[in-house]
Design a protein around this ligand. Structure first.
Ligand SMILES: Nc1ncnc2c1ncn2[C@@H]1O[C@H](COP(=O)(O)OP(=O)(O)O)[C@@H](O)[C@H]1O
Ligand SMILES: N[C@@H](CCOP(=O)(O)O)C(=O)O
Length: 316
């Protein structure tokens, strides 16, 4: 369960004194998630019950937080369905609890989906393009935490724990992305989500209602963000790509933000790079006997990577 830091009733009541949001009725740790501590919080404000989410950040430090506070506020103001932190009575959104950065946000409605359809993929495609359009001239920049410098370094650190074949596969993908960056393609960049897996979206009925967990967001290639989505939302259990779901995703995205000419050239590599990134981030804790992180199967992304190599992807 993803409650790494226990929050007591007294902690919450003390925190809530800084806001005028109502009286604490209930709170409960959230099972989902892998990185941060999350609680659902129920308040009563003049007879009306309202739901909130309190997040305590276990890895990000206070200095890194303004980017996320500003980005989520910026995106929400532009109509993206993302949670943004409430400001307290002194206008402060970024709080601290048990020495960790903390944010109090609205609980967005909706449920997680289990079976992905073309309609789900089409909706997330349009919403991601809208996110990218809204974030394009966002005024802060952030280097990816698990981006090019990280995977160059970590792929070397981990190499001796891998088979020769896997170590070589990682090296090749790291090199191919370096070669892509050297191309004079000027690929569109901006604020990207960085981890828009389907467990980070909520649907109300069959309608997309929330995009969550923005804390991998950074400045990057917009198309790389779409590649992350394609590798999770449009893939079958055996790692094969569902062409209909992928077509729905890409078409809906392209209607909102038409692709640049060079993005057609970059796409086959970016889906491979996105698969490599999550293969590597899953491999690291899986091969570390001391890791306390929830383990997700690295093989899933190795299979997707091999599939993307075997059948090069194309944009519609
Ligand atoms: N603002 C929110 N509204 C509704 N549910 C939320 C909200 N924030 C988090 N959740 C629930 O908590 C789960 C874990 O949150 P998430 O941000 O993904 O955690 P982690 O960063 O630890 O992976 C989500 O999958 C969702 O079910
Ligand atoms: N969605 C990811 C988990 C989040 O990635 P991380 O590298 O930030 O831990 C996955 O399913 O692997």
């Amino acid at each position: 369960m993803a409650v790494y830091t226990e929050v007591s009733k007294t902690d919450l009541e003390t925190l809530l004194k800084d806001y005028d949001l109502g009286k604490l009725i209930d709170f409960k740790g959230i099972d989902g998630g892998i990185e941060n501590t999350n609680y659902f919080v129920t308040l009563n404000n003049e007879g009306l019950q309202q739901e909130y989410v309190l997040t305590l950040f276990e890895e990000l430090n206070q200095d890194e937080m303004p980017y996320f506070v500003e980005l989520t506020t910026w995106l929400a103001e532009r109509g993206c369905p993302v949670p943004f932190p409430f400001k307290d009575n002194n206008g402060i959104a970024l709080k601290s609890l048990h020495g960790r950065p903390a944010l109090l946000q609205p609980r967005l409605s909706g449920h997680h989906i289990e079976t992905l359809t073309e309609s789900h993929c089409s909706q997330i495609g349009a919403a991601l393009a809208q996110f990218h359009q809204a974030g394009r001239d966002f005024y802060l920049q952030r280097q990816a935490h698990r981006g090019v410098f990280w995977w160059r370094r970590e792929s070397q650190h981990i190499a001796d724990k891998l088979s020769d074949e896997d170590a070589q596969l990682l090296r090749t993908e790291v090199d191919l992305f370096d070669q892509l960056r050297e191309q004079p393609w000027n690929l569109p960049q901006g604020a990207i989500h960085g981890d828009l897996f389907y467990d980070n979206a909520l649907f109300e009925g069959d309608k997309l209602s929330a995009i969550l967990d923005i804390y991998n967001a950074c400045t990057g290639y917009l198309l790389y963000d779409l590649a992350i989505v394609a590798n999770d939302w449009c893939v079958n259990a055996d790692g094969s790509i569902d062409p209909l779901r992928e077509q729905a995703l890409l078409t809906a995205y392209g209607k909102v933000r038409p692709f640049d000419e060079n993005e057609y050239l970059a796409w086959p590599q970016l889906v491979r790079t996105a698969a490599m990134r999550f293969w590597l981030s899953r491999l690291i804790p899986a091969l570390d006997p001391g890791s306390t992180q929830k383990i997700k199967d690295p093989e899933e992304f190795r299979r997707i990577l091999l599939q993307r190599i075997k059948t090069p992807a194309t944009l519609p």
